[in-house]
Write a protein that binds this ligand. Structure first.
Ligand SMILES: Nc1ncnc2c1ncn2[C@@H]1O[C@H](COP(=O)(O)OP(=O)(O)OP(=O)(O)O)[C@@H](O)[C@H]1O
Ligand SMILES: [Mg+2]
Length: 336
């Protein structure tokens, strides 16, 4: 295969890149720091995210995707140009082929914005191909999507939850919900500010979440340092998982209610296979302790989880990038 081909999952929190022949080559925080009116990128990824909420006014830190759509295209292009240098090695990232996973339940214009990240960058692509994310997710899970009558995947990400039903190689229905792990981080940040008068950054809030969030009864604690708003000095607090649960539980039940509602609207010949095989949970938020049990109890269907939950979409889009004939069946047409 002469042409270099990439499969990309532009997640709100993490960009994942697959390179033909190399596998997954990059998982990087979706954040960029730029300076000046021309938006010259100076840092991307974790380094840029660390500066979020802390940077002086001369430095602009952007999180260019929100709720599954490209909200700041220029920043995203700047980020991609910077990242392109990192992933291309000595060869420039020119005349390559790109397969991009996009949410199914967004408008055509919003889908096209994902292709513009590449076409408006310095990459000068030979080809850009968009594929709906639930299809990539199913391939990444290794499911036989052409022959299965009913597959349900709930991808619980950072800013979105995408719940989809697939049958015989197509998407029957897909709902993109504006809820995800970022909402937990924000809720924790607000709670700490209100109850302890301590300001913490989103990165610290995310760490608290990863340590303490649970959908089942749990008794853990975690200590963090923030800035005491009254004293203006650093302040240390210890938070428990019991405090975190009420902040996040509503979203767990929204996930359950939405999965149930989608199942109710699914024709019986499709839902019977879903009930038989169980629902597949993917996305980083599926790592929340006990969430699979909570959903199984609420929806009354087996829930399948995977340790690779954050990588299923990029693994699937990578597979399709390596099999262009199969990918062609699912390509979302690009505007000319
Ligand atoms: N062990 C964990 N416990 C709880 N949450 C976790 C854990 N590990 C990762 N996460 C969360 O998973 C989210 C990232 O998952 P993922 O990479 O699937 O999202 P994304 O693809 O960037 O977002 P989206 O699909 O919504 O655009 C973040 O909110 C992160 O904090
Ligand atoms: Mg995602």
């Amino acid at each position: 295969m002469a042409k270099r081909t990439f499969g990309i999952d532009f997640g709100t929190s993490t960009i994942k890149v697959y390179k033909n022949g190399n596998g997954i080559i990059l998982l990087e925080r979706n954040a960029v720091t730029t300076v000046g009116k021309e938006k010259r990128p100076v840092a991307i990824g974790e380094k840029a995210y660390e500066m979020y909420e802390k940077a002086p006014p001369s430095i602009h830190v952007s999180l260019p995707l929100s709720r599954g759509v490209v909200s700041h295209l220029k920043d995203m292009v700047a980020l991609w140009n910077f990242m392109g240098e990192a992933i291309s090695g000595r060869k420039k990232l020119k005349r390559c082929q790109f397969y991009i996973a996009v949410p199914a339940d967004i408008t055509e214009v919003e889908k096209q914005a994902y292709s513009k990240i590449i076409t408006q960058s310095d990459s000068m692509p030979q080809k850009v191909c968009l594929i709906d994310k639930p299809i990539a997710d199913a391939y990444g899970l290794g499911l036989d999507i052409e022959r299965s009558r009913g597959i349900m995947i709930a991808n619980l990400g950072a800013d979105t939850a995408e719940i989809s039903v697939l049958s015989l190689g197509g998407i029957v229905v897909s709902r993109l919900l504006p809820y995800g792990g970022n909402d937990f981080d924000r809720a924790i940040q607000n709670y700490v500010r209100k109850n302890y008068n301590i300001v913490i950054g989103l990165k610290t809030a995310e760490q608290i979440k990863i340590e303490l969030v649970s959908a089942v009864e749990s008794d853990r604690s975690y200590t963090v340092v923030g800035r005491d708003v009254l004293k203006g000095l650093p302040g240390k607090i210890t938070i428990t998982s019991r405090e975190i649960y009420p902040l996040v539980k509503d979203i767990f039940y929204i996930f359950a209610a939405q999965i149930s509602s989608l199942l109710e609207h699914t024709p019986p010949e499709i839902s019977s296979e879903i009930v038989h095989n169980g629902i597949y949970l993917t996305g980083g938020t599926s790592f929340v302790e006990g969430l699979n049990q909570l959903l199984a109890n609420e929806v009354r269907i087996k829930i399948n989880t995977t340790d690779d939950a954050q990588k299923t979409v990029v693994a699937g889009i990578g597979y399709l990038a390596e099999h262009p004939k199969i990918a062609a069946k699912y390509a979302v047409p690009l505007e000319q």
